[in-house]
Design a protein around this ligand. Structure first.
Ligand code: ADP
Length: 342
């Protein structure tokens, strides 16, 4: 296997949110009609939007699940735009106490959307505080403390809570039950990702050859955010070459510089496989893997592992992760580049 040098740690990491935020924003579809793929999800949401509009009510609360970068935030913003309302965004870990939530909820206008990313990370006492707001748009706020404490009920404007989660299983049953609409986003087929790449290139004022868009798509593990990130780096190549078109040669060279091998694996994927192979048939726990790979457990579980499992290279057993015969075969085919050794 020709092993290409990794570009930088940031580039070689499938992106999660922060570094991509401004870029994501620019490329985000604004309307449901512009949202590519996820046909059944889009059809259900279209129906809910039309029904809510005809009744003059907010859309029922929506729980969106799926891996990072598949379009959950994009859909929440689209729901607000389609309703002609505003989307306020926060994230589970950012809300520590009911008071943080009360401020957000009272700022919502009629039919607005409150988007809570990583909703499974909301503290339990905050989650329970949300129940009455979700059910009948009421909040109870506590004024003063000790013997002078008073509970003051507050009526909110009707709103839609959109929760996004990569781990639906971590949500309590009472919380899940309060969402009327549950939709799961799946990784996209490569041809849809290629369509998104062409659309994103257009928004960046570039053309991209069909083969180049297909190549980017084949390396993007069904994840639009990753495809957009690769495209951003390829734009640098085009700019340097003074070209308004991303050619196949640029895509090939650009992806190689990001440390992608011809199997579409990143350096960390290869290290992951090598570690498991060296463990022989002993399953490895998440903690051990995280330490050995120098990555957060959550990133391994949400970003790297799902792809390796989907590709049949790694299997999850009750005792930990093991490499599959296909994973072994890939390493044998690839040789064992010493620079990847963990
Ligand atoms: P999530 O919230 O699931 O992590 P985002 O909604 O932030 O994912 O999407 C990441 C990026 O991918 C956004 O910039 C958006 O432009 C793009 N994207 C996601 N889904 C689609 C889609 N179906 N069509 C076009 N672009 C998409």
């Amino acid at each position: 296997m020709e092993l290409r040098p990794a570009f930088s740690r940031e580039d070689a990491t499938p992106p999660t949110r922060p570094a991509d935020a401004p870029y994501d924003l620019a490329l985000r579809p604004k309307r449901l009609a512009e949202f590519i793929g996820q046909g059944p999800v889009v059809a259900n949401l279209r129906l809910s939007i039309d029904a809510a509009k005809s009744r003059g009510e907010p859309i029922d609360h929506v729980l969106l699940s799926g891996l990072p970068g598949l379009g959950k935030t994009t859909l929440a913003e689209i729901l607000a735009l389609e309703m002609g309302s505003t989307c306020r965004t926060t994230a589970g870990p950012a809300i520590e106490k009911p008071g943080d939530l009360a401020g957000l909820l009272t700022s919502l206008g009629r039919n607005d959307v409150l988007f809570i990313d990583e909703i499974h990370r909301l503290p339990t006492h905050v989650e329970e505080y949300l129940y009455s707001a979700m059910e009948d748009f009421r909040l109870v706020i506590m004024l003063d403390q000790g013997p002078r404490a008073r509970a003051v009920p507050l009526q909110l404007h009707p709103f839609t809570l959109v929760g996004a989660t990569t781990r639906e299983g971590l949500l309590s049953e009472p919380f899940r039950a309060r969402f009327g609409i549950h939709e799961r986003l799946e990784p996209y087929e490569a041809k849809l990702i290629a369509e998104m790449v062409a659309r994103s290139a257009g928004l960046l004022g570039l053309a991209i050859d069909e083969g180049a868009a297909d190549l980017v798509a084949s390396c993007s593990r069904g994840t639009p955010r990753l495809a957009n990130r690769f495209l951003r780096r390829l734009r640098d190549h085009a700019d340097v070459a003074g070209s308004k078109t991303i050619t196949m040669a640029m895509a090939d060279a650009g992806l190689a510089r990001l440390g992608l091998d011809e199997n579409g694996l990143l350096a960390l994927d290869r290290k992951f496989l090598l570690l498991l192979e060296r463990a022989q048939d002993r399953p490895m726990g998440l903690k051990t893997l995280a330490v050995a790979l120098g990555e957060e457990e959550r990133t391994i579980e949400d970003v790297y592992e799902p792809y390796l499992i989907r590709e049949g290279l790694v299997a999850k057993t009750p005792r930990g992760r093991v490499i599959t015969p296909s994973g072994r075969e890939l390493l044998t085919r690839a040789g064992r580049p010493s620079k990847d050794a963990p």
